[in-house]
Ligand binder design. Structure first.
Ligand code: MEV
Length: 316
């Protein structure tokens, strides 16, 4: 009895937070992923070994949320360990940090590994549903964007609805990006709750910002179709300003965004829940990618050089 599965990390290119309220968003899987391996365990329970490399404090801070998430996954999959327990080990190339889909990737990988282990033969759609349930352990009321990117890979137009919209955006080749890690572990639940409170108390101001965010999503989709990377970068910059206005940026995120742009990134913004975590810079070509990453590293921050538009391939 054993099984193995992966879940991609992700980068939200447009409209994190706004997506929670049904505004369209664009997300991409990145070329790093979490691998889960499941095998039998002597005690009648799920025993988790988390061997992912992680930002300091990430695992400690997320421990309770992870427990809740695993419990939800087990419940959703209707597993019981009365006959035999299972040990799940998490590892892989994705660094566990805020903003890069670490929680979603672990839920997807775990659901896939358990599906194989218990010979459930689940479809990607079912895996996505289970991971969505697992995500609730980490962020209460997730929009579903992270688990969707983590399950299906590629570049995705996403709208949260009763029946969520997931449309693929096809691009010819993956595009290089740099992700810069502030090193701060952020609590997505708190970030989402903060936006909710401010949206209620400043409804006129927020209505305008949300309208522009929606606009940006459509313009960005067209820019992807036109393969206009400069326009995509410009729109990312504008999206970051909106995220600043809804108060989910931080001084470290703003610093890294500025730095990336100074070193030639086509555009840069925070990515994911904000208030720490990661930013993303659009850096087409290896040379620009290296230059921006080096500049960020020189300031003492960790980077991840990867690409957007990475599809799931045979073997993965
Ligand atoms: C977190 O990666 C993205 C948020 O929009 C929350 C969500 O969509 O569930 C902040």
């Amino acid at each position: 009895m054993n099984g193995e599965g992966i879940g991609f990390g992700k980068a939200i290119l447009f409209n994190e937070h706004f997506v929670v309220y049904g505004v369209p968003a664009i997300v991409s899987a990145i070329g790093k992923y979490t691998v889960a391996k499941a095998q039998s365990f002597e005690e009648p329970r799920l025993h988790l070994i988390d061997n992912r490399n992680a930002t300091p404090r990430y695992k400690e801070d997320k421990k309770d949320q992870q427990k809740d998430s695993v419990r939800r996954i087990i419940e959703k999959m209707d597993l019981n360990f009365s006959d035999e327990g299972v040990e799940v080990e998490l590892a892989g190339t994705l660094y566990a940090a805020s903003g890069i889909g670490a929680s979603a990737a672990s839920c997807v990988a775990m659901a896939r590994a358990l599906s194989e282990c218990f010979q459930l033969d689940l479809t990607d759609e079912e895996i996505n549903q289970i991971a969505y349930e697992g995500e609730k352990g980490y962020h209460g009321t997730p929009s579903g964007i992270d688990n969707t990117a983590s399950t299906f890979g590629g570049l995705i137009w996403f709208e949260k609805k009763e029946d969520p919209v997931m449309d693929r955006i096809d691009i010819m080749n993956p595009v290089e990006i740099v992700m810069g890690n502030t090193g701060k572990v952020a609590d997505t639940t708190a970030a989402v709750a903060g936006v909710r409170n401010r949206k209620e108390s400043q409804s006129d101001k927020y209505a305008e910002i949300f309208k522009r965010a929606e606009n940006i999503a459509y313009l960005a989709k067209q820019a992807f179709i036109d393969e206009d990377l400069h326009e995509i970068g410009k729109l990312m910059n504008e999206n970051h300003k909106l995220l600043q206005q809804i108060e989910v940026s931080s001084k470290e995120l703003d610093f890294l965004v500025r730095l990336a742009k100074d070193y030639g990134a086509y555009g840069a913004k925070l990515t994911g829940g904000g208030l720490g975590g990661n930013m993303i810079a659009l850096t087409p070509g290896r040379k620009l990618q290296d230059e921006v990453a080096n500049a960020i590293e020189k300031e003492g921050f960790q980077t991840l050089k990867t690409s957007i538009g990475v599809k799931r391939q045979g073997g993965l």
